[in-house]
Design a binder for this molecule. Structure first.
Ligand SMILES: NC(=O)c1ccc[n+]([C@@H]2O[C@H](COP(=O)([O-])OP(=O)(O)OC[C@H]3O[C@@H](n4cnc5c(N)ncnc54)[C@H](OP(=O)(O)O)[C@@H]3O)[C@@H](O)[C@H]2O)c1
Length: 254
């Protein structure tokens, strides 16, 4: 294995890794030698996914908790480190979407999206920093979105949360860099995952996506893995405060 991308011996927690982009990033890290800890809220799904990685020779584990539960998150981090050793990296990837015209968008739904997509990432980063800082460093990756700098209607909470997370990434990179903790974000374009099922099944929307994307298609989840390995591995050792777009060029097309 190229030592630039060798993750052997590194422990990495990926939230929202029971499917979609989180699992794809976890799988790529696992393939690069990391011990990945898959998080989500359903232990049966997580077990099956971890087993699939173990079948390829990895030492994958699971940690079931709701990222919006602050006490549960802290307990889980303690348990992960007690069982598996020091965390090298965390990927704050768990996220939800809620679509509604603004006039019907309930405050509770706005707050639920912000709690899951933004506040939970703050809590995870703070708790990771408490552990990584005294050990001399680590890596944090936040999953933001192409949506934010460019926007679409009916997803205001998602856009507000993801833009907040981009800003939080910069704030953390500056504050934690001196402690050796590198903080970056990955900004996916449109990927065919469960979150986007309603959109992939909409032929008109799908055609619009293909037309707007220079590569002419949706992204496949495994196409996000390389970005995660890059930012977690020695290759990314001087990359801090960066937002890496993985969107087939959609964000730069007029
Ligand atoms: N797909 C895209 O095109 C796209 C584009 C840009 C950004 N993103 C971002 O990428 C991330 C992953 O998206 P995806 O498309 O892979 O979504 P997905 O297929 O819906 O998967 C979401 C993951 O998050 C977990 N999750 C949701 N709420 C959680 C909570 N409160 N606590 C713990 N885990 C929770 C889900 O597991 P359980 O439900 O089992 O708990 C699942 O593993 C999200 O942050 C999303 O905003 C996606």
């Amino acid at each position: 294995m190229n030592p630039l991308f060798d993750m052997t011996g590194r422990l990495v927690l990926v939230t929202g890794a029971s499917r979609g982009l989180g699992f794809a990033m976890a799988e790529a890290l696992s393939d690069a030698g990391a011990h990945v800890v898959l998080n989500g809220r359903d232990p049966a799904t997580l077990d099956a996914k971890a087993e699939a990685l173990r079948a390829k020779g990895s030492t994958a584990s699971i940690s079931t908790f709701d990222v919006t539960d602050e006490a549960g998150t802290i307990t889980a981090l303690d348990a992960i480190e007690a069982e598996h050793g020091p965390l090298w990296g965390v990927i704050a990837n768990a996220g939800i979407q809620h679509r509604s015209p603004i006039e019907e968008f309930e405050t509770a739904d706005f707050e639920r999206v912000v709690a899951t997509n933004l506040t939970s990432c703050f809590v995870l980063a703070r708790e990771a920093a408490k552990r990584m800082g005294p050990r001399g460093g680590g890596r944090i990756i936040n999953t933001v979105s192409m949506l934010g700098t460019t926007v679409r209607p009916t997803v205001p909470a998602y856009i507000a949360a993801k833009e907040g997370l981009r800003a939080l990434t910069r704030a953390l990179a500056v504050e934690l860099g001196p402690k050796g903790i590198l903080v970056n974000a990955i900004a996916p374009g449109y990927f065919a995952t469960e979150m986007n099922q309603a959109l992939t099944e909409d032929a008109e929307f799908s055609a619009w996506i293909e037309g707007k994307t220079p590569l002419g298609r949706w992204g496949q989840p495994n196409e996000l893995g390389g970005a995660a390995v890059f930012l977690m591995s020695p290759a990314g050792g001087f990359v801090n405060g960066h937002v890496l777009a993985v969107d087939g060029g959609m964000s730069v097309q007029v």
